[in-house]
Design a binder for this molecule. Structure first.
Ligand code: BTN
Length: 263
């Protein structure tokens, strides 16, 4: 990872961001939390590694990433958001990552990116990127968000035993991408558009346009019981909840869980 290039380019943008790079670390989210324990006032700090040895995913799952091939990073960001607005950070981050990748691959019509509730990015219907959002100081107006992002960039061999259908930018495009360029564009977009976090309705409206869920039959699993249910995804509400109509015709809102498309 060319961190000198990254730091230099960030400096040119005027964005104040501390970049802390590790050749290897267990999990950038864990490293970020350890860093915050020592430096509680840390903000605008990017923890980055080329080799994440024990990456964490949602639902206590593991996140595997080939050493040196992909992007695995965590952004520490303090935001003045109410408890009801916390979810918006998931939507905001995935939306920014999605738009960044769309911009980069704008001329490649074979690269079909899509957002999947609540914060995944799919490429050609396979999982490309995941986000693990953690939080400190939930009780104070300014909260510390630990935003962990994994993007499969240049990995082309995936463990067949993994439950999900996974892909990477290189697997779909045949071309190697510069991880630094993607990360730089993401950071620029992230810091430029934070105003969207203050307009949840607009954010969700934009997010929905980039997902393809409305009206689809899906399979849904709650975090609490992991039992799959079939339902129709009717909408995503302005506060980010997934609105599902179950087989009995009852409409319910869910704030966490996981969906599988096309059942
Ligand atoms: C998921 O889809 O389940 C979320 C995956 C999040 C993975 C990223 S990689 C960088 C950061 N550090 C971690 O341990 N996890 C997140």
């Amino acid at each position: 990872m060319n961190t000198a290039f990254l730091k230099n380019e960030i400096l040119k943008t005027g964005i104040s961001l501390d970049i802390i790079y590790f050749e290897e670390t267990e999990s950038t989210n864990l490293t970020a939390k350890n860093f915050l324990a020592e430096n509680p006032s840390a903000d605008n700090t990017l923890i980055l590694t080329s080799n994440q040895t024990a990456g964490k995913g949602r639902f206590d799952r593991k996140w595997y990433s080939e050493p040196g091939a992909n992007l695995t990073f965590t952004l520490i960001k303090k935001l003045n958001l109410s408890v009801d607005e916390i979810q918006l950070v998931n939507f905001y981050t995935s939306y920014i990552l999605y738009t960044t990748l769309k911009e980069i691959f704008i001329s490649n019509k074979e690269m079909n990116f899509m957002l999947k509730w609540p914060n995944d990015i799919l490429l050609n219907n396979k999982k490309l990127s995941g986000i693990l959002l953690e939080l400190k100081n939930i009780e104070t107006p300014v909260k510390t968000f630990i935003i962990g992002c994994g993007v499969n960039v240049n990995q082309t061999v995936f463990d067949k035993s993994l439950p999900q259908n996974i892909t990477s930018l290189k697997y779909e495009s045949g071309l190697k991408s510069e991880r630094e360029t993607i990360l730089l564009s993401f950071i620029k977009n992230f810091f430029e558009k934070t105003g969207l976090l203050k307009d949840g309705k607009e954010l969700i409206r934009n997010w929905k346009i980039c997902s393809d869920i409305a009206g689809k039959k899906i399979m849904f699993k709650k975090f609490s019981d992991d039992i799959p249910e079939t339902a129709i995804a009717e909408d995503i509400s302005p506060d980010g909840a997934l609105c599902l109509r179950n087989e009995k015709g009852i409409l319910k809102k869910y704030y966490s869980g996981e969906i599988t498309l096309s059942v």
